[in-house]
Design a binder for this molecule. Structure first.
Ligand code: PRP
Length: 213
């Protein structure tokens, strides 16, 4: 039996679709209601639905053997797990954005950046040799420059709609991101056959999709 934590929210639909295309029995996940634990109807797999950072916590503690979660959350929460596969779903990017004509990169001295991803933001400005003050924001980060809290934001951009509808622009791409399959280190040894089968199924489907593009 494998236990797999899946990230709920944005990634959820694409993850369930990928599993379904791999031939897994995802009916319970597709008709989930408010439940959080689901049994695969074909494979000996139990799924949990959790927030991205919590998926990592469950994998690190070994209560989930594997998880599907975004690279954004993995970068922000480095830990003790193996990252096995880029699933090529949930593709988006980290960007530096802000008000038009106010590029933080053109500023001298300290810049103030709001972000849900303080580690990503700190690393980006450190690599540029710039002084930065990071202000952690939990959501709707686009508000922060509009209200004058900061000089810019480091945030995820998928379609670009949120930035555009709030009159903000992109100044730079920090990094491309997508969903990854991660695995608990002990499970990787102890449940090698099951994990390799999961990996091969997902890898095959990712490659098939890429070749069809
Ligand atoms: C994310 C991100 C942006 C938005 C980008 O927020 O922080 O705000 O999505 O998506 P887009 O480029 O397709 O418009 P999310 O919707 O997860 O909500 P939050 O800000 O409350 O965390």
């Amino acid at each position: 039996m494998l236990s797999i934590a899946l990230t709920k929210g944005r990634l959820e639909k694409a993850t369930v679709k990928l599993l379904k295309e791999c031939g897994y029995g995802t009916e319970a996940l597709e008709n989930k209601g408010r439940s959080l634990v689901f049994q695969d109807s074909v494979k000996d797999i139990r799924y949990f639905l959790a927030k991205a950072a919590d998926c990592i916590t469950y994998v690190e503690h070994g209560v989930a053997d594997a998880a599907v979660t975004g690279k954004d959350t993995l970068i922000e929460n480095p830990g003790e797990y193996y990252e096995l596969l880029d699933l090529k779903i949930g593709e988006c990017r980290f960007i530096l954005g802000g008000l038009p004509g106010r590029n933080p990169l053109a500023r001298n001295g300290l810049v103030r950046i709001a972000s849900k991803y303080p580690e990503v933001a700190r690393k980006y400005f450190r690599n540029k040799g710039m002084d930065v003050e990071i202000i952690r924001i939990e959501g709707s980060v686009e508000l922060a420059p509009l209200l004058g809290l900061c000089d810019g934001i480091i945030d995820i951009m998928e379609t670009g709609t949120t930035l555009k509808e709030n009159g903000l622009v992109v100044f730079d791409t920090v990094e491309d991101i997508s969903a990854r399959l991660i695995v608990n280190k002990a499970s990787f040894r102890l449940k090698q056959d099951e994990i390799m089968a999961l990996l091969e199924d997902m890898k095959g489907m990712v490659e098939k999709r890429c070749s069809e593009e």
